[in-house]
Structures are given as C-alpha cells and as structure tokens.
Design a protein. Structure first.
Lengths: 949, 94
C-alpha cells in the first residue's frame, strides 16, 4: 500500500451494550454509550481538529482545538472529553469554532520553528495538518517574543531524538509512557510558558533516564519533537507493509514503513490483535541486524572445520551438501542424519525442514528450540488439560483480578504484554510473584506485588504444593467447578496428597525458604480474589521437574475454578516468536504436524501418500540425544536452520564435542554464529523482512509475515530448504509459501480452515480453525476441557540432583533482559548493545562481602561443568546464596557452566539451577581464551584478511 | 560432567521412574515403560536393553524388562495419547 498515517479516532473505543444516536453536522450517528463526540464524528467519517488527543490514550482536553457546539449546551465544549448523549445535536464547523481554533493555532505556531520545508516531519506532521485544517494564514503575535526555539536537541537515545524546540507540550508522550508503557519516565516539568517535557530527573537525558525506549512517546508525538533518527536520515516513508515481529512470542504486528527498498521504521500497527498498537525496544527499533556487515549472503563450504570457508555458488553448495548427506546415509543409514527446525522461522519454513528430514533424510531425528524452553509445557498441560496451548488470548488479562506470575519476567521477556499486565495491575488487580529474583514487576511505579515469594531455585513444585495445601485444607477449593469439569476421584486422590501435613507451608518452608505465612496469604488471595490468571515462563520449565511444575500450575487453576473464561487460565509465555508454530508443524521427533504420533500407521499413511515417501515409524532423537549419539559415532549429519545450539544449549563443551564429531554440519543462518564454528556448509538465511509466511504466537494466533524487501542472499529460507531438498532428488516445486500453507491445512486438522487468502482477509486466526471452530478459538476449554475431564495429577517434589556443597555453595539461575534477545545474534548487532554490552553476574551484597568482591569486579564463575569469567553486579535483587546472569553474549557463554541435568519427562535442560562458586578473577578463563582463538580460525574466509566477526 | 551415553540413559530412566513413583510401584512401572516406549529413539531403547539393568532403580528396571520382552505398554497418562489421523484435540506444544 502507499504511505498514509494510521487512522486516529482521537479517543479510545468504548465497549457498551447500549447504543446512542446523535446528530453530527446534520448526519445521524449511532455509537456505543460512553463514546466521545470526537470519536463519534471520526467513526462517521468526519474529522474534528485535534492535537492533544490520540486514540490509544485517555481523553485529556488540553489543546482546545477540538471545540464543538452542542445544541442546548453553553459554550464550546471539547469534543474529546464530551460523551455522546441520545438526541444530541453537534456542529463541528461554524464561524465561531473556526475563529476559536484559529486563535489556538496562532498561539502554538508563534512558538514553533517555521522550518516546515526542511523539517523531517514535513507532510507527516499533525501540527502542520491542523494549521492547514483551521485555515491559519498568519500569526498576529509575530515570532520575536519569548520562545523555545533555541532549546538544544537531546540525541542521547540511539534510535530517536528529542527536539524540544518543536514541542507543543500536548503531553501525549508523557501520557503514552504512563498509560501505554507504564514506565512513567517522562513528565511535564515547570508550569505555564516554562512547561517542558523532561525525561527522568533534572540532569537526565533520555538515555540516562528510566526510559525503556519502547517508542510509545515517538509514536504519540504529533510533531517532529520525538522522531526516529532513521526518518531524519532516510526521509519520509513512501509505502508500508503490515507484518509480524520476529522477536518474542507476543507476536506484535508492525507496519514496516519503507522508502524504496530501504526500511525507514517499524511502527506498531494499531489493529494488531496481540499488541494493540504497542511495541518494545526490540521490535520497534532493533532491526538493524538485517543489514549488518556481519551478514553472510553467499553460500560457503569447507572440507573440515580447521579450513577457511570458501564462497561458492548456490549450486555448488547444495550439491556439496547433498553429496555428503547421501554418502553418510548410504554408509551409516538414515538414522545417522537429522536436523533442527527454527522457532524464528515461519510455519511454512519449519514445516519444510521437518518434511525434508522425515521424507528426504529418512529419519525422525528432528527437534526444535522448544526442547530447551517450553517442552515441559507440552507434557504438563497435555497431561492435565488434554492439550497444551495457552488457554487465553492476551486481551484476557483485562478481566483478571489476581495475577500470579511464576518464573517469568514479562516486562523484560515479553515487554508488550508486560505493559498490558501493568495496565490491569494499575486498575487494581492484585499481583503474586513467585521468583527467586525481585523482578521489576514486584515494585514499579504505581504497582506493588501483594506477595513476592522468593523461593530457592529448584523448589517450584514444593511451593505450589504448599499453596495447594492451603487451598484444600482451608476449604477454598471450587468444588462445583471440579465436580463438573474434572475427574472427581482423581481430585480426591490429589487433595489427600496435598493435604498431608508434610506439604504444609510450615513444613516446606525449610525447602523453599519462603515464610509460611506469606505462602498462606498468597494462596488465600489466589483462591478468593476473583478471576485468577497464571502466567509463567522458563523459570518454571527449565528445571529437572519442569513438567511437574506445569502440572502443579494446572492443578492450581483447576482447584480454584480458574479455567474456561476471560480473565483466568494458564498462560505459558513463550520465548521465541514462532515456538508455538514450530511445535504445531511437527518439530518434535515423536510426532508429525498436528500432534499425531509417528507410530500411528493411519497418520503416517496420510503423509506418505501426500509426500510420496515412506516414513520411519519410530521416534527420533532429541537434540541432546543427537549430540550424545554423535559423540558415540551413531549420528553424523545435521541440518540446523536458524538456531545457535552452541550458545543456547547447556554444557557448551558437550555440544561442541557432539558437533565436532559429525561429518556434515549444515548451518543455515544470517550470520556465522557460534555453531557455525563447527560447520562444513553455510547456507545464508533471510530475515523476516525478506519472506512471506506465517508465525503463530503464544495465543495460538496465526499471523501473516509479509515480504517487504528482496532477500539479500537471493532466496527466502523456504526456497533454500526446497533447493536442498531438490538437490536430494525430492522434486519439490512450491512457488509461494501459501502453497505450503495449503499443504499444512490439508494435512493438519487444527489448521484445516487456514489459508493465506483468509489471513489476508482476517489478519489473524487462533487455532484450532476447523469445522468445530470455524473462526478459531480465543479462549480454550470454555464449556469443558477440549478432551475429556480435567485431570489432577499428583506432583511429588523430587529435589534436583544438582546440589550445592562446600566447593559449589551458590545456586546460579539464568534469564534474559529487555534489550537483548535469546543468544543475542540479532540484538547484539544493533544499538541495543548500548543498554547491555556484556553479561553481568548479579550477587547479593552479603555474598559479595564474604568473597571480598565489589561492583564491577571481574569474577570467575565455576561449576562442576566448566568455568567462565564475567563482571559482577552487586544487588539485593537476588537472595543470599543465589546468583544470576544472562546468556546473550558468546564472550561469556553462561552455558559453559550449566549442566546436563534436565526435565525428567522432556529433557528440557535445567538452566535455572547450577551449583557454582564465584571467586575474584583477573582475566578470561582458559576456555574463553581458547574459544576466541577457535572462533577466529573458524571464521576465516578465503580471500578475506579479517575474520567475519 | 557429561558422562557416557549409557550413563545418561540410566539417569533418564531413573528420573522418569522416580517422578512416577508416587503412583505406586505397579502403575509407576507401566507409566515408565509407556513413556520410554513413546518418546525414546530405538537406538536408545536397544542400548538400555543391552545394559546391566541392576544399575537401574527397581521401577526403571522393571519397566525396561517389560519393554525388552516386547510388551507394548498401555497408555498410562494423557501425555502418551496422541491425536488420531483426523483429530485436532491434543497438543503437546512446547
């Protein structure tokens, strides 16, 4: 589409059962009761001049430009703050109003630079538009009086500038920061003429303030006061394409605004159902990696990993790869081959990779990053509810009364949803946080958790059992719900188990280290506080009892009747953008797309007939088992699309040993990532901006990804996989991802009603989309569980085998921060490094004192697995005995110290519990130094003097 | 700390058994066997069948004995019940 600003109705939409009819400029208009006159006029095609109003913020009524006349009413009320009334007669254009508006505009323009022709917002400026709309032709006051035109610009933020000389102090930025983002970083400083927008304290600039760079203020600004640097650099966009963000599992919709083939900015799409027009620093600004100098756009091969890379043609690379794969298969059998699908790639691409592995390689050795993040969610929710998927849409949180967040950090990991959650909390919903670390949500502006239960890492099951004990023994169970929806006998078994005195908060306090009284109060609040919703993340799943914890969470939702309506539910916050989709597309080694076991002959026959192949009937290897088998010489070739297992998976040395043992490692990625150090074939990948397809977010929402520019490497990822398949003689001939989606719909019952055409028409669909749910299902289990009764499962606390002791007295837990994403391959190649240029180790002051360590010191972090060094951050966010770090930088590689221990049911690694020691250090570990050398050698490219990274 | 593959497989089997233990011995044996049958690659199964099973916990050992004899265990939890060819109800999305 050509470029035009997103429609702005001036004030938010109102939901009401009652409709009101009024007359605006002679036309009858019917709108929901509570709608403002401004919005009613806008919805009916009219346009009332405005400056301080915008439809994602509450009405404010300060600019006095939107004045209207209402029959029978005195004066000229502001239309943005006046609600409609039955029979109301409104005039928006009269000589009196024109005069008033012109007067208001004169005042604004008298203190505004008259540099429209050279202003970066020229022709994209609401002030300019409104000056034209009111017919302003001159300013009687002149321009020589006191003004703000000499105010200096704040360039501190890497992505946008703040130019106060252009500010009209409409407060839209301040209100966006407060109402939408919930950070409260901005304020109007001073009064009257001296009023000015200020970030943080007096001496702060945007970068040093609390600003999280979400972009809400930039989006809200009606002038060029807050504007993206890229617009200044490149110019006004000429066209826009609506697409889906490729960062976290929230799945925000953006308008990619383009000038020619150049991306100018990503602007959150107001009609996006997951993000409702909001964004975070990653999706909004951190897309520069797409054109980073490290990007590899030519295929490369080498015979062995000690050789430099050699750039070759696509044909040569694909033939080389196919020959190696065929040779290995002929010599060692199909089960020596496998691959890993990417949760960053589209459904269609993921579907093709598993199809290639199952149908082309001939094995079921296919896995995905869900193995190392939410695989326990799959096991736990399927066991209890019959199906594993987030039970709610994101809008549901607006109806929650008590929000329980366990093992998740939404403001950092899922920031756009975190802001939605904070909006509800500011409206009065109560918050319970279960986390070893005091995450930001525990106490932030206008929000304070009712209860923060800082448990010992590894004791989730014990704590949830203690909460269940209180609910059952104090008679707070929702018996009617349980009798109707769940298996009553199983409930009674479970209730007997949790009621045992040994599961009381008082007894388990010794395990969890959470005061019993806090546990009791939190349990009572959750059981009696109204709609209770549980949101959880990897702090639940990445444990040796990850699956048990998910089942304990499901038990808690069922015993309190918090399933099957808005405001409640069990909501896994998924890490990568398409991890839900990757699972849906058959990325696990035991099942085909649509969650059908590989051993089922009828299911296999469907695929065999469609694909013209014979499928192995036995489950394949999981990632960790592939690596074990590689070390044993049983697994010899792997195709990895869009994952960096060397950095992301636990026990780095073991991952390296597995990769090094393989004869053919094919890495298909944007960059020479850490895994590529061990690769023989590098197939350059494409970014989400360079392809069509679909992503499925944490709400099960299938959303279109649209190509906004041609792939820098010449092919979208689905085309690369197809080319590799054809080099293996598979004769695929898809011409567009819509054809792959048709195949998915044909073979996958939950996607039966999904098509590219329908997504183009309806923007998104939440699966299942089939005969039973023709329009999808926003909330699951509404009239009963999808499959049979809800099952209470007894979850006995089994302590992890990872123990602290004299050598390793501390527990390390790992996580993410706002500005970086996963292994950082994308975000490290953007200006986001200004917020987080290295991984730090957080330690409680008492532990630091005991070791003679202070803030900023280099420390050696050692576990039974390995050691690394990183700088220390002393903070009471973590409890004594617990240390915390992130895993965004390969220079530190936190996973050098994490262990092979994993979830009992799914082998999801136990990233969250590693016994460690921390001591002073004066330099990098031997491993780190060796790794730098290895990386430099591994990234040599023939004909280039310097390594690629 | 990474041990040999067989040590990993023993640990996996024992861990599964330990988490089913609360079901009681007989049911836990069946659940462990069912789980391994549905999720393990055939090589992993063959390796643990060929291993010294006395190294395993009693529940894991009994489960492996059963599988090694070719018994096809019945499904004990919904985790091992999958959609049939034309069904859409189950999901184990991770």
């Amino acid at each position: 589409m050509g470029y035009e600003r997103q429609k702005d109705f001036g004030t938010p939409a109102v939901r009401s059962e009652s409709q009101v009819t009024l007359t605006i400029d002679g036309r009858a208009v019917t709108v929901p009761e509570g709608t403002t006159v401004m919005r009613a006029a806008s919805e009916s095609g009219g346009s009332i001049p405005k400056l301080c109003a915008t439809d994602n913020l509450k009405q404010f009524g300060s600019c006095r430009l939107c004045l209207v006349e209402i029959e029978g009413a005195r004066g000229t009320p502001a239309s943005c703050t006046t609600p409609v009334a039955e029979g109301m007669v409104v005039k928006t254009q009269t000589p009196r109003l024109e005069k008033l508006r012109k007067g208001v505009m004169e005042l604004y323009i008298s203190d505004h630079p008259l540099d429209c022709l050279t202003c970066s917002a020229n022709n994209d400026c609401e002030l300019q538009d409104q000056a034209a709309a009111v017919g302003l032709r001159d300013v009687r006051y002149g321009y020589e009086g006191a003004n703000h035109l000499a105010e200096p610009t704040d360039h501190s933020n890497p992505y946008f500038d703040f130019d106060p000389s252009k500010c009209i102090v409409c407060s839209r930025c301040v209100r966006a920061c407060d109402e939408v983002q919930g950070t409260f970083a901005l304020t109007v400083d001073g009064r009257g003429f001296a009023s000015e927008i200020s970030a943080g304290q007096t001496l702060d600039n945007f970068m040093s303030s609390e600003c999280v760079s979400c972009g809400a203020c930039v989006q809200a600004c009606p002038t060029a006061t807050l504007q993206e640097k890229k617009v200044k650099e490149v110019g006004k966009p000429e066209r826009s394409v609506v697409t889906t963000c490729a960062y976290c599992g929230v799945g925000c919709t953006f308008r990619a605004e383009m000038r020619g083939e150049q991306l100018v900015r990503m602007v959150p799409y107001k009609d996006g159902k997951a993000n409702r027009g909001h964004s975070c620093v990653k999706g909004r600004f951190a897309w520069g990696y797409a054109n980073h100098q490290d990007r590899i756009t030519s295929p490369m091969i080498r015979d062995s990993i000690d050789q430099p890379w050699r750039e070759v043609s696509w044909d040569e690379a694909l033939t080389y790869a196919a020959d190696r794969l065929k040779t290995i298969k002929a010599k060692h059998g199909a089960r020596a081959l496998g691959g890993i699908t990417s949760s960053r790639c589209t459904n269609e691409e993921t579907f093709l990779v598993q199809k290639l592995i199952r149908g082309g390689f001939g094995s079921n050795n296919v896995d995905t990053c869900a193995r190392v993040c939410h695989s326990p969610t799959g096991y736990g929710l399927k066991t209890t509810f019959g199906t594993s998927a987030g039970t709610q849409d994101f809008d549901s949180v607006e109806h929650s009364d008590v929000i329980l967040v366990i093992g998740a950090n939404p403001t950092d990991g899922h920031p756009v949803f975190g802001s939605r959650m904070k909006q509800r909390l500011r409206q009065g919903a109560k918050l319970i946080v279960i986390d070893p670390r005091r995450i930001d949500l525990v106490k932030s502006p206008h929000i304070e958790a009712a209860h923060h239960l800082p448990l010992q890492p590894g004791t989730n099951v014990a704590l949830l059992t203690a909460i269940a004990h209180v609910i059952v023994t104090e008679g707070l169970a929702h018996e009617d719900f349980i009798r109707e929806r769940c298996d009553w006998d199983e409930y009674q078994d479970w209730a007997r188990f949790v009621s045992d005195e040994k599961h009381s908060p008082e007894v388990l306090e010794g395990v969890t280290r959470v005061p019993a009284q806090s546990v009791r109060e939190a349990a009572r609040l959750f059981a009696t506080g109204g709609n209770g919703a549980i949101y959880y993340g990897l702090g639940v799943t990445e444990h040796s009892q990850g699956s048990s914890t998910v089942m304990a969470i499901a038990n808690l939702a069922m015993v309190t009747g918090n399933i099957g309506r808005d405001g409640v539910g069990v909501n896994p916050l998924r890490g990568q953008n398409n991890v839900q989709g990757a699972c849906d597309m058959g990325s696990f080694p035991h099942e085909l797309p649509g969650y059908r076991h590989i051993s089922d002959a009828e299911t296999r026959a469907l695929f065999e007939q469609d694909w013209g192949v014979t499928l192995d009937a036995e489950p394949g290897l999981r990632i960790n088992n592939m690596l074990d088998a590689a070390v044993d010489g049983e697994f010899r070739a792997i195709y990895i699309q869009g994952e960096d297992i060397l950095q992301s998976d636990p026990n780095t040395k073991h991952v390296a040993a597995g990769l090094e043992a393989m004869e053919c490692v094919i890495v298909h990625d944007l960059f020479l990532n850490e895994t590529a150090n061990y690769a023989h074939i590098f197939l350059p990948g494409s970014t989400f901006l360079e392809k069509d397809g679909t992503f499925t977010n944490a709400e099960r929402r299938i959303q279109p990804v649209r190509k906004v520019m041609e792939p820098a490497n010449g092919m979208s990822d689905w085309e690369v996989t197809q080319a590799l398949a054809n080099a293996l003689d598979l004769n695929w001939n898809y011409t567009h991802p819509s054809e792959i989606l048709d195949e998915i719909a044909r073979l996958t019952p939950s996607f039966a009603g999904v098509s590219w055409e329908r997504l183009e028409r309806e923007d998104s669909l939440q699966w299942p989309v089939n005969e039973q749910y023709p329009d999808g299902a926003p909330v699951m289990h509404v009239d009963g569980f999808v499959r049979g009764k809800g099952k209470f499962v007894v979850t006995e606390y089994v302590p992890t085998d990872e123990k602290t002791g004299p050598r390793f007295p501390l527990l390390l837990t790992t996580g993410r921060i706002l500005s970086q994403y996963n292994v950082g391959a994308q975000t490290r190649r953007t200006e986001n490094v200004q917020w987080h240029e290295e991984d730090l180790l957080e330690m409680h002051p008492s532990d630091a004192d005991n070791r003679g360590l202070k803030d900023g010191d280099w420390t050696k972090l050692t576990s039974r697995t390995g050691e690394t060094t990183l700088r220390l951050k002393v903070t009471d966010r973590v409890a004594p005995g617990v240390v915390y770090t992130t895993f965004h930088h390969p220079a530190t590689q936190a996973n050098v110290v994490t262990t092979d221990f994993s979830d009992w049911a799914t082998n999801c690694p136990e990233y969250k519990v590693t016994a460690v020691q921390v001591m002073p250090s004066n330099g990098p570990s031997d491993w780190q130094e060796g790794y730098v050398d290895l990386t430099e050698r591994a990234r040599r490219i023939e004909g280039e003097m310097e390594p690629a990274e | 700390m990474s041990g040999s593959t067989i040590e990993t497989l023993r640990r996996m089997a024992d861990q599964i058994a330990r988490n089913f233990e609360v079901m009681g011995h007989t049911d836990a044996v069946e659940a462990t066997a069912d789980h391994i049958n549905m999720f393990w690659d055939p090589r992993m199964k063959q390796q643990i069948f060929a291993d010294d099973r006395d190294a395993l916990s009693p529940i894991a050992r009994a489960a492996i004995d059963e599988l090694a004899e070719g018994v096809e265990p019945a499904h004990q939890t919904r985790a091992t019940v999958f959609n049939s060819a034309h069904e859409a109800g189950h999901s184990d999305a991770g």
